[in-house]
Design a protein around this ligand. Structure first.
Ligand code: AMP
Ligand code: ZN
Length: 436
């Protein structure tokens, strides 16, 4: 297969020089990290006071893990390692109790990120001839802008559609002869199910490829999407703490996602013991940024579960590949691509005086999309027969939840004693979505 590259030297670098490069970049990263009060205190505790204390890649193990909570504690500017004047953009990711994690980028940080995305795009065989409709959200979420700038750098023709407005998406795809889309897998399934209703058929499109990510999906869903649309679907993995998309991406061979190891040190650990598992064993992905200046992050526990494939890829890229994300080692839910922690929902509803003691977060499929319903028990005194009062309470709960989790859930109000109670540890989440 004819393969082209964006940064061939870096993408095909031999493992030994790659490790040497990683060590050099890790040392630089540690020096930058030490400029933040958080890492200064963390690293001093383990006797790392400068990059001189990092003599080999093995020394990485001396560095404690960084968690989402650690990052949240630095909100809003606590993790900044450069002058604020050098920061040109900020992204955030949703947090466990509404406080997001913040990632600051210098111009060179964005430049490096853009190259990683450009590499990923070229690795899938896309070229400047492609018409690229980006259906990921533009804004603080990294999916939209991340792919946008990478695609622009490669020279693709971009339609920055953002998500939603399904009929218009189809019209754009038809009129502009879109060949490539970036989309959550559930939204692509949804589009497939709505074609006829909106008066379109596959013959209207010349779509060739889709980049799907931001939420877990199975190999069978990929096959289903490929078959029903007659396209190639490439898995794309990333998280805001590591820039966003462009951390791990499939190449034309679609046999696992290459992680760009000159930009990230990747580890897979046992989530319980923190022990390194090496290759082929499923565990939690841990990443260290190597090229980022404004927000260096060391050994970040992603909570995403996957394993590293052994062996090299036919495409000649030497960067190791990871499997699909098979789950999470925490309770984070991904609802139509948006991250939600049950604790965020609890925070909101327990603040509302009319809400009683029990609630349930209920997830199901509505067509191809996820539907989130929050069922809450309210005090029986609220059931006076005044329906207007109940409606306005429901509206209030919906609005407060929307503000906290960015999604609009359905809300059901129940009398006390209606929702299931479990003895022992409460089971607040009922996830009835069949795995896609
Ligand atoms: P965010 O920081 O909001 O971009 O969310 C990142 C999270 O989305 C990751 O930690 C994963 O849990 C999930 N995610 C992103 N891409 C994928 C993918 N291709 N497969 C499964 N989960 C993904
Ligand atoms: Zn490859």
């Amino acid at each position: 297969m004819d393969v082209s590259f964006w940064q061939k030297d870096l993408e095909t670098i031999e493992r030994q020089p790659l490790k040497k490069l990683q060590l050099k970049l890790l040392r630089e990263t540690v020096d930058f990290a030490l400029k933040t009060p958080f890492y200064k205190s963390r690293l001093h505790k383990v006797a790392i006071t400068s990059s001189d204390d990092i003599k080999s890649l093995e020394d990485l193990k001396k560095i404690p893990f960084t968690t989402k909570d650690d990052l949240r504690e630095g909100y809003p500017y606590g993790h900044l390692a450069v002058d604020l004047g050098d920061v040109v953009r900020i992204h955030t990711s949703s947090g466990t109790t509404g406080i997001p994690t913040v990632i600051y980028h210098t111009k060179s940080d964005l430049d490096n990120w853009t190259d990683l995305v450009a590499r990923s795009i070229v690795a899938t065989g896309a070229t400047k001839k492609d018409i690229f409709q980006n259906m990921m959200s533009y804004g603080l979420f990294t999916g939209g802008l991340g792919l946008h700038y990478g695609a622009e750098r490669v020279g693709l023709t971009i339609i920055p559609a953002g998500p939603g407005n399904t009929k218009r998406q189809m019209q754009l795809m038809k009129d502009f002869r879109t060949t490539l889309i970036h989309i959550t897998p559930s939204y692509l399934l949804h589009i497939g199910s709505k074609l006829e209703e909106f008066g379109f058929s596959l013959k209207d499109f010349v779509l060739k490829k889709a980049y799907c990510g931001a939420e877990p999906y199975s190999g069978n869903t990929r096959k289903k999407l490929e078959k029903s649309f007659g396209i190639d679907v490439y898995n794309s993995y990333g998280l805001s703490e590591m820039n966003g998309p462009g951390v791990s991406f499939e190449c034309v061979n679609k046999c696992g996602m290459h992680t760009w190891e000159d930009a990230y040190i990747m580890e897979v650990i046992d989530p319980k013991t923190g022990k390194n598992l090496g290759e082929e064993k499923e565990g939690e992905l841990v990443f260290t940024t190597l090229r980022r200046r404004a927000t260096p992050i060391l050994r970040y526990r992603t909570r995403d579960l996957a394993f590293i494939y052994k062996g090299t890829c036919r495409c000649k890229r030497t960067h190791r590949r990871i499997s699909r994300i098979t789950g999470r080692s925490d309770d984070m839910l991904i609802v139509n691509g948006v991250n939600v922690f049950p604790s965020q929902i609890e925070e909101v509803i327990m603040k509302i005086p009319e809400v009683g003691n029990n609630y349930q977060v209920y997830l199901e499929k509505e067509g191809a999309l996820d539907k989130l319903t929050v069922k809450v028990e309210i005090y029986s005194k609220m059931f006076t027969g005044d329906l207007l009062q109940l409606d306005s309470l429901k509206e209030k709960i919906i609005n407060e939840l929307r503000a906290a989790i960015i999604l609009t859930p359905a809300v059901e109000l129940h009398e006390p004693g209606v929702l299931p109670v479990s003895e022992g540890k409460a089971k607040r989440v009922a996830d009835n979505r069949q795995k896609i």
